[in-house]
Ligand binder design. Structure first.
Ligand SMILES: [Zn+2]
Length: 92
């Protein structure tokens, strides 16, 4: 997979694939095994990668469900959480 990185040195949490700002509406953490499938091994480990829900699902090829997310405060639904992230966090 070739990925261009226009946001490489930028602060923020821009989606790696589409550039949309993921914070705070789609700021979440999934389990390592899910993330490892979506994000190739050869990316610079010192760099934080962000993906919006749509692009993460695009890489994985399926829709996320609640069991794909870790139990962590970052995944708590708040007033900023996007509708589709809420949908995934609640889906079984
Ligand atoms: Zn995206």
């Amino acid at each position: 997979m070739s990925v261009t990185k226009p946001y490489n040195s930028r602060r923020g949490a821009s989606c790696e694939d589409c550039g949309v700002e993921t914070y705070p509406s789609e700021y979440y953490m999934v389990k390592d095994k899910i993330w490892d499938k979506a994000v190739p091994e050869d990316v610079d480990e010192n760099r934080y990668i962000y993906l919006c829900i749509g692009c993460l699902e695009g890489r994985l090829g399926y829709s996320l469900t609640s069991k794909d997310f870790i139990k962590f405060p970052i995944n708590n639904i708040n007033s900023y959480t996007s509708d589709r992230l809420i949908d995934r966090l609640l889906s079984k």
